[in-house]
Design a protein around this ligand. Structure first.
Ligand SMILES: Cc1cc2nc3c(=O)[nH]c(=O)nc-3n(C[C@H](O)[C@H](O)[C@H](O)COP(=O)(O)O)c2cc1C
Length: 407
């Protein structure tokens, strides 16, 4: 019974003479994780008249030492003068303020202090005291700084990568036909729209002599850097094909070219890449287009008499199987006929309902713009594909290469 009375003194008083609630408040203030301080604003230099144990734990300064001192002793040279001014101004104008300030503990260790200052007024409204609450936010600050630094590094890496991609895209563009060969007999036109910085598509028109022109469109599986590397390699491969001294007309023959490419670019487990291709030679003398199709979408032929043909030919993409058995196809043309080679990005462009642009629409567009110059016709088709895909954007590279037999 004795013990119980000692632990639980009668309401209204105790041995120290303080009322219970006051004791409880003092205990509560002392167990708080934050530092809590009170400065008397009526005394010269606004000294602390109270500091809790949390303040002692945070700063390492004994309570006896801090009482009677202005709390600026926590500031070293590291404290930001603008922040100190902000505190000074708030105290002068009697406002609340919260700042984050670098302070030092008794043994010189830096810590970030989130300091909140609130005025206490007497019944007449005059400020008599300020209460300060100090929280150690060093860990949060460090984490913030680390995140900021990581973001900065990421931005640098991003900029570098963007620069590299732009440089690579310029190289890739430089491999496209610079000056499309034009003659009295045949007109060529092409458009190329990568869906990323770099494309897996490539195309070209190369005059073999005055009467024969090699054309190709290539679409490497996937897109982005990986596809672009192979597409650039293939552009070089083709330019070697047409420039190599040991080459004869037979070495440009469509089926042979496709077979050679298939041998040289077999897909393996490391590089799971293959490509579709349409490659052919337009002979304006014989008015024949001899070509090979390796998994590329059907040719569209817009005839001079206002009909269109969709010429689909089966054929494996290059690199997919060891013995694709490519066969040369023959297309006989009459003056005014137009032939459209393109990559599947054209017909697979999707509108907001995920419907494909489709071969029929492409054929209809080719017909619709038949009276326009070939360049304008190709432009109009590209425009129509773009607007079809505009709600979702192009999801694949888009290439169109067209030619028109003129006489
Ligand atoms: C109650 C109270 C607590 C304070 N606690 C801190 C503190 O923890 N750290 C600090 O850098 N400044 C603290 N200050 C601010 C400084 O005591 C001082 O007001 C500030 O440096 C601006 O005044 P000065 O320009 O005269 O130094 C506190 C101020 C008050 C009134």
């Amino acid at each position: 019974m004795e013990d119980q009375r000692q632990e639980d003194p009668p309401a209204g008083g105790n041995d120290s003479g303080k009322p219970d609630l006051l004791l409880l408040k003092e205990r509560a203030l002392n167990v708080a994780a934050e530092g809590i301080t009170i400065a008397d604003m009526r005394l010269p230099d606004q000294p602390l008249i109270y500091a809790n144990e949390g303040f002692e734990r945070l700063t390492g300064y004994p309570i006896d030492y801090v009482l009677g001192k202005n709390c600026r002793f926590l500031q070293g040279e590291d404290a930001d003068p603008a922040t100190v001014k902000k505190i000074r101004d708030a105290l002068k104008s009697g406002n609340e303020c919260t700042v984050e300030i670098l302070n030092r503990t008794k043994n010189g260790k830096l810590f970030w202090n989130r300091l909140s200052l609130t005025p206490i007024r007497d019944p007449s409204g005059a400020i008599t005291h300020y209460i300060g609450v100090q929280s150690d936010i060093t860990a949060t600050k460090r984490a913030e700084e680390a995140t900021q630094e990581a973001n900065r590094q990421l931005e640098i890496a991003n900029r570098r990568m963007k620069r590299n991609l732009e440089a690579a895209a310029r190289i890739q563009k430089s491999l496209l036909p610079v000056k499309t060969p034009q003659s009295e007999d045949v007109r060529f036109s092409w458009l190329f729209q990568p869906c990323d910085e770099l494309a897996g598509d490539t195309l070209n028109v190369i005059p073999l002599d005055e009467k024969r022109f090699a054309v190709y469109t290539v679409d490497v599986s996937g897109h982005g850097v990986r596809a672009a590397l192979l597409s650039v390699t293939l552009s070089h491969w083709f330019s070697q094909l047409f420039q190599g001294p040991e080459r004869t007309a037979a070495s440009f023959a469509p089926a042979e070219v496709a077979e050679e490419l298939n041998r040289g670019f077999q897909m393996n487990t490391e590089n799971a890449q293959y490509f579709t291709m349409c490659y052919g030679i337009m002979d304006v003398e014989s008015r024949e287009f001899r070509y090979v199709k390796a998994g590329s979408p059907p040719l569209i032929v817009a005839r001079h008499n206002g009909t269109t043909e969709v010429v689909a030919v089966d054929g494996y993409p290059v690199g997919l199987v060891e013995q694709p058995g490519y066969e040369e196809q023959l297309l006989k043309l009459t003056p005014g006929d137009r032939v459209f080679l393109y990559t599947d990005g054209v017909v697979e462009a999707e509108d907001e309902k995920e419907s494909n642009y489709g071969t029929d629409r492409l054929a209809a567009e080719a017909l619709c713009h038949r009276e326009q110059a070939l360049d304008d016709c190709v432009n109009a088709i590209m425009q129509s594909v773009r607007s079809w895909a505009s709600p979702r954007g192009l999801l694949d590279d888009v290439s169109i290469l067209a030619f028109e037999l003129r006489r």
